[in-house]
Ligand binder design. Sequence first.
Ligand SMILES: NC(=O)c1ccc[n+]([C@@H]2O[C@H](COP(=O)([O-])OP(=O)(O)OC[C@H]3O[C@@H](n4cnc5c(N)ncnc54)[C@H](O)[C@@H]3O)[C@@H](O)[C@H]2O)c1
Length: 293
Amino acid sequence: MNSVDGKVAVITGGAAGIGKGIVKALLADGAKVVIGDIEATALDATVQELSSLGDVRGVVTDVSNPESVDALADFVYDTFGACHLLWSNAGVTSGGGGNPWDQEANDWRWCFGVNVFGTANCVLTFVPRMIAGGEEGVIVTTSSGDGGIAPVPYASVYASSKAAVSCFTEALAHQFVAQATKLRAVIFYPSGGLLDTGLWEAQRNRPAELARVKPRPPAPGTTFAEFREHLAQAGLPNDVVDLDELGRFALDGALSGKFIVSHGLDRAGALLTARANAIQEGDLPPSALEGLS
Ligand SMILES: NC(=O)c1ccc[n+]([C@@H]2O[C@H](COP(=O)([O-])OP(=O)(O)OC[C@H]3O[C@@H](n4cnc5c(N)ncnc54)[C@H](O)[C@@H]3O)[C@@H](O)[C@H]2O)c1
């Protein structure tokens, strides 16, 4: 599938940030879009804002809950009878940095619930229906270079969740080929500069029952503004990415036939080579801090 014109696209976490940029690109290319997002107010506002661009619907969805994802799929198939592009994009960071031993069980439950189980729930619910539909289709997961390529050590839970997303997507892609399906899988690594999205305030969507027990130890640079200022003061690049351009790049990449869609793969490649060399020697591979931006 190399065009979404007239096709049905479902994207989770499309009410804000990176996902919203992807929704705009999908609509510009003529797709009918269903956004599944947990944040009802942002979802309504985005659907209203973008409805002049094409057919866009919103379904309040918690991707960590299989019944909620089932309800999203029921809406999509009852309304349009098909899904051609599934983009598992919703994600959270348990946040705030800190040592791996400062992360609590609820940090793991929430972050893995949304990022890993959320992706699994989308695949379990949509892929059998997409295969049964017999049409070409694409499944995209939004992973992160943090974990997907190398971990940021002070973001250990998030990095571990995104490593799982990338590994699962790779397995999915292989099995689509091995089983001769008409589906492809793609990993998207958002990058290209600083991303001023709601991820910095992901805690807004954290359920009360998965709250931390102890307050998180204070860590510098946990807001976007602080982080950007820190980079500027250190003389490091701190350009902010245009999220509409990123959405266009992501969609074009997802339809290009490539498995990985990302800016700066050459830099990632250099880091991965260093990691492979270290692993081959049984040494600790360099982290994302030594090569990703
Ligand atoms: N911002 C970055 O620097 C960055 C870098 C690499 C990867 N990513 C990934 O990009 C994706 C999009 O994040 P973003 O940066 O646009 O953040 P964002 O907070 O702006 O967007 C995430 C969206 O997911 C929704 N969401 C959160 N929990 C949900 C749940 N349980 N069910 C359904 N929807 C839920 C939010 O309401 C929000 O609309 C995430 O998977 C994130 O991990 C972000």
